[in-house]
Design a protein around this ligand. Structure first.
Ligand code: GLU
Length: 415
């Protein structure tokens, strides 16, 4: 089967929504490309004294509504095309939640597991210094993404502040540790938001979460938090798939215990009481909720026909190809799209940035209550739109977000 790139997927999704909206072709053309991309190649001193040159990117898709916003990933498979696609999805995601941002995304081609802590710090600093001319609290605000975390954000904020002459700029990145201007609730916000969306979807479909089962692909920051919040809602998690293998237990897996086990052993595959499950069997499991929380292009025409879940909640960015979307729609799977489902992260990033600007910090209850309210409202708005226009949730989310963007682009006089 032909490999379809994330950028091709993002453009297809945009094109389909543009057609439905009868979008002005000039606005459509603006949205098909990121406004700005930067490629950087920067040296890092390794522990053995040698120097390695790493490649990184930053894409800023659009700033019609506000500065670019979006994470930075460290992954060996990062490409310019991927970063461009991810920056497009960020624009549409911010639009769905009504955040005053456009989309951005960055990446470095590296397997961070091969680096020592010192090498990781030097790489993080060198990358942010290289892209420093185009980022800043009013211009483009990075955040964590795949394989990056609060410590890395702290190094990046520190380095940017040094490059800019020693004034501390807490608002240049979000997802920082609390002590240097991070927001309470940010690290688990994406998972918390995913579960709010799953809960809202379950209500509409008449699914009782305390009797529901879920399977989760990926146990990183997002997958791990989603698993924990789902379990708190009473959902039984029966399978988890990770890069090094999958595990299944029909009686349910306790995510807290599993995460503690992985912390100790470095893997989930040997977790007691479970049997191994292949990638293929995982996607075909009988369950209520399927949560892809790993990388792009995981649900394709190869595995979509076998999916039995009632709700597919996209915690990852771009996990489903457009062909798979069609298959799932025919099967009646209720898909909650990435640009809505995983928007809890960037929403609390927005709260963090606001707190940095105000120098006034909120309690965790305030953060969670505002997140809850915004996610519930966004779900209701997209659901209403999907009913009204008789389209799926992804199409409705794109239509809503692009309409707002089109209005901003028009009034600013770009098209
Ligand atoms: N990387 C996350 C995402 O894809 C969060 C971005 C942010 O907080 O700016 O939504």
């Amino acid at each position: 089967m032909e490999e379809i790139s994330p950028l091709a997927v993002a453009r297809r999704q945009l094109d389909m929504a543009a057609e439905k909206l009868n979008l002005d072709p000039n606005i459509h053309a603006i949205l098909r490309e990121p406004a700005r991309v930067m490629e950087v190649n920067f040296p890092v001193r390794m522990d053995d004294g040698s120097v390695r040159v790493f490649k990184g990117y930053r894409a800023q898709h659009n700033n019609a509504i506000g500065p670019a916003k979006g994470g930075i990933r460290f992954h060996p498979q990062v490409t310019l095309e991927e970063v461009k696609a991810l920056s497009m999805w960020m624009t549409f995601k911010c639009g769905v939640l009504g955040l005053p941002y456009g989309g951005g995304k960055g990446g470095v081609v590296v397997d961070p597991r091969t680096l020592s802590k010192g090498e990781l710090e030097r790489l993080s600093r060198a990358y942010i210094s290289a892209i420093s001319p185009i980022i800043g609290p009013e211009q483009d605000i990075p955040a964590p993404d795949v394989n990056t975390n609060p410590q890395i954000m702290a190094w990046m904020m520190d380095e940017f502040s040094k490059v800019k002459g020693g004034v501390t700029y807490p608002g240049v990145v979000t997802g920082k540790p609390i002590i240097v201007g991070g927001s309470l609730g940010r690290s688990e916000a994406t998972g918390r938001g995913c579960v709010i969306i799953i809960r809202e979807a379950a209500k509409r479909l008449g699914i009782d979460l305390t009797k529901a089962t879920a399977v989760i692909q990926g146990l990183g920051n997002v997958g791990g938090a989603t698993a924990r919040f789902l379990a708190r809602e009473g959902v039984k998690i029966i399978a988890i798939l990770e890069i090094d293998g999958g595990i299944y237990n029909e009686n349910g897996i306790d995510p807290e215990d599993l995460l503690a086990y992985r912390e100790k052993t470095g893997t989930i595959t040997t977790y007691p009481g479970c049997r191994p499950i292949s990638n293929e069997d995982f996607f075909a499991l009988e369950c209520d909720i399927l949560v892809p929380a790993a990388l792009e292009n995981q649900i394709t025409p190869a595995n979509a026909p076998g999916i039995k879940a009632k709700i597919l909640a996209e915690a990852a960015n771009g996990p489903t190809t457009p062909e798979a979307d069609e298959i799932l729609a025919e099967k009646g799977v209720f898909l909650t799209p990435d640009i809505l489902t995983n928007a809890g992260g960037v929403t609390v990033s927005y709260f963090e940035w606001v707190q940095n600007i105000m120098h006034y910090y909120w309690t965790v209850d305030e953060v969670n209550a505002r997140l809850e309210q915004m996610m519930v409202e966004a779900f209701a708005c997209i659901y209403r739109m999907s009913q009204e226009y008789k389209v799926g949730m992804r199409m409705a989310a794109y239509m809503y977000s692009i309409s707002r963007l089109a209005e901003a682009i028009k009034v600013r006089g770009w098209a």
